[in-house]
Design a protein around this ligand. Structure first.
Ligand SMILES: [Zn+2]
Length: 107
């Protein structure tokens, strides 16, 4: 049975978490080609070995965090609060409503 050490809740069964995939830098939508955007959305490296991943504690604190997992044996060597944001903000910066371009949102 696999367990994860949530930075806020401690060790919990992996069934409480949602897997978000490998941590990757989000490309700039203003300069990214369609092929690059498609690769970002759908293509995965799927390495055998150390992988930095995003997880979500959906049945607990409902917060996002990062984990370093060896994909060959599922050992998790580290979990930590998020250190990067997909929109390029540095650690410690927080996105605000002013950062969002709400004029381009369609419903
Ligand atoms: Zn938690």
């Amino acid at each position: 049975m696999m367990h994860l050490d949530c930075p806020w809740c401690g060790y919990r069964n992996v069934s409480e978490f949602g897997y978000l995939g490998e941590l990757r830098e989000r490309p700039d939508p203003a300069t990214t080609t369609r092929e690059e955007w498609r690769a970002y959305l759908y293509l995965r490296r799927n390495p055998a070995g150390r992988l930095e991943e995003g997880w979500y504690h959906r049945a607990g604190c409902r917060r996002y965090f990062e984990a370093v997992r060896d994909t060959t044996d599922n050992t998790v060597s580290e979990t930590r609060p998020p250190t990067r944001h997909p929109d390029g903000h540095d650690e410690g910066e927080h996105a605000t409503a002013g950062d969002l371009d709400v004029t381009s949102v369609s419903v």
